[in-house]
Write a protein that binds this ligand. Structure first.
Ligand code: ZN
Length: 552
């Protein structure tokens, strides 16, 4: 079988066994004796794969694939372990998260006093006058039952300005020195699309600002990251994602600097996932003038959609809803951009051949965004625009029908029910049956994806599976059980659907001959697992492009 001609004749005789036509017909690695769930509808199960130059060279039964083994080919016995295609996180913020993990205090702690202690420690190491920066603070996850306020921050850090970003990224908390540096006082009016919170009884600043009011701080906090820092951030987050089985991620709020960071990390060998890099609308003119549009790049770093933002967030309860938040009768959430603004930028992008991804959480936000997309298609029909609805959280029958008609792609939060269960009461049990609505999307034939939105959500794919399949949080509360999907559907959502969302369904998302060799080896079979323990299934290995990016 070592002679090329013989092998070709042998292969020609096997049915349901295809070979990728490479000039070099020798695999460099064979994985065998596995339970391989391919997500290829034509050939859903396999035992072995051969890999050549980063792609699947053959997928099939042990004996057939092993017959391809020429001298010097590496072989690995999978010991019957389950293999899935590598997971695709269709909405996340890896570049920024990586930088934050490098430089900021991780405030994902369970009490205000623990956060204060960590801030004190950080301040002691911070030169006088410089900012103490934190992220991943979550007001609903501290035992105190109240949010962090300006007095908490002043008492912990009196001599440095403090700025802490909420886990959701749409609100920030500051101490008095921080407000002073940002030029905010009690009389500063709310900017359009933003809010500066006051203590109702005294009118004093209470420490929190929301949405566009964050810009006051962005102007004064120095972002003196070097080009190397940005690459280091991508390197750090690469390792974090790889160990959970992620092989591709959409960078949902990218800038030209992020695009460069991904390229730098690719060139230095530190990029362990494939990045589909959205570009924020503010950069769209410059990039379009340079001849850039969606799809430019290679299988590791590719220019994604233009990003727009319509409304607020789910985790921080600022999404724009048609019916107010539970217990807050006048609070409908926030619209961040007007419909006209969305249309103006959308039109530019649509005409220049960009895909568009608009952050739209609440039913009002989704309705507004769909109106813009419908208008663009009416005025200038494009064959396959794959409009994206980033998050697309709260739906109804009318929205579903319009999403289907447009062929639009929702990227609902995958881990929120499980991980953010304590926030669900603000929406109420009935509304939850129409949120993160995978059952509704799949039943309508809409190709929804898996999406973490990290840092706001956890990015662990096995947690996404459990959340989507059980609709149950960590305390055992069920939220929106009508939207449950099966484990197999959840895997499809997290793999091939994610590839479709970036126009890469012919390149990845399933274990198929000719596709990129991206896969994950699991310690147990999710299809046989009790759904309530899916999150505990260990990821043993992750492979991207034929290279192990994580090994236990
Ligand atoms: Zn996001």
């Amino acid at each position: 079988m070592n002679d090329g001609t013989t092998r070709r004749e042998f292969l020609g005789s096997i049915a349901a066994f295809s070979l990728f036509p490479l000039e070099q017909e020798k695999p460099d690695l064979i994985l065998h004796n596995g339970h391989i769930v391919t997500m290829n509808a034509a050939d859903p199960a396999a035992e072995a794969v051969a890999i050549s130059r980063g792609r699947f060279f053959a997928v099939g039964k042990n004996a057939d694939v092993m017959n391809l083994a020429a001298a010097g080919v590496r072989k690995m016995d999978l010991g019957g372990k389950t293999v899935l295609p590598g997971f695709i996180d269709a909405h996340s913020h890896p570049a920024e998260a990586g930088l934050s993990h490098l430089r900021m205090l991780d405030c994902d702690l369970r009490s205000i006093s623990a956060i204060q202690a960590a801030l004190r420690e950080r301040a002691a190491k911070t030169p006088a006058g410089e900012w103490v920066l934190g992220f991943k603070y979550d007001d609903t996850k501290t035992e105190d039952g109240r949010p962090l306020n300006v007095a908490d921050l002043d008492s912990a850090v009196p001599d440095h300005p403090v700025h802490i970003v909420h886990r959701g990224g749409h609100t920030v908390y500051a101490n008095s020195l921080g407000f002073g540096k940002a030029g905010i006082d009690e009389r500063t009016p709310d900017p359009p699309g933003g809010k500066i919170d006051h203590e109702p009884s005294t009118g004093k600043l209470n420490g929190r600002v929301a949405e566009s009011a964050q810009a006051f701080f962005e102007k004064v906090i120095p972002h003196n990251f070097t080009r190397d820092d940005h690459r280091e951030g991508v390197k750090l987050i690469s390792k974090m994602l790889a160990r959970t089985g992620i092989t591709s991620a959409t960078e949902a709020q990218g800038t030209p600097v992020d695009l460069r960071a991904y390229q730098d990390a690719r060139d230095s060998g530190d990029l362990l996932f494939r990045a589909y890099c959205f570009i924020n609308y503010r950069f769209i003119d410059a990039m379009t003038e340079a001849g850039v549009r969606t799809g430019l790049g290679d299988e590791w770093v590719r220019v994604g959609a233009m990003k727009l933002v319509c409304d607020g967030s789910i985790s921080e309860r600022t999404a724009r809803l048609s019916v107010p938040y539970e217990g807050r009768p006048n609070d409908y959430g926030i619209l961040v951009m007007t419909e006209e603004e969305l249309y103006t930028y959308g039109r530019k992008a649509h005409f220049a051949g960009w895909q568009i991804g608009t952050h739209a959480n609440g039913d009002v936000g989704i309705d507004t965004t769909l109106r813009v997309y419908e208008r663009l298609q009416r005025e200038s029909p494009r064959r396959d625009p794959r409009f994206r609805l980033e998050h697309c959280t709260l739906i109804n029958d009318n929205l579903i029908a319009r999403i289907k008609a447009l062929g639009a792609i929702p990227t609902p939060f995958s881990t929120y029910v499980y991980y953010h269960g304590e926030k669900m009461r603000y929406y109420g049990a009935e509304r939850l049956n129409h949120m993160f609505a995978l059952r509704s999307f799949l039943d309508a034939g809409i190709r929804a994806t898996q999406a973490s939105d990290y840092p706001p959500g956890e990015f662990i794919p096995m947690m996404a599976l459990q959340s989507e399949v059980t609709r149950t949080d960590t305390k055992g509360n069920s939220w929106g059980p009508k939207q449950k999907i099966s484990v197999e559907e959840a895997i499809r959502v997290g793999t091939i659907n994610g590839a479709y969302a970036s126009y890469e369904e012919n390149l990845k998302g399933s274990i198929e001959t000719g596709k990129l060799a991206d896969l994950v080896v699991l310690g147990r079979d999710p299809l046989k697992e009790n759904p309530s323990t899916l999150v505990t299934i260990p990821v043993e290995r992750t492979m991207a492009g034929g290279r192990w990016t994580f090994e236990l």
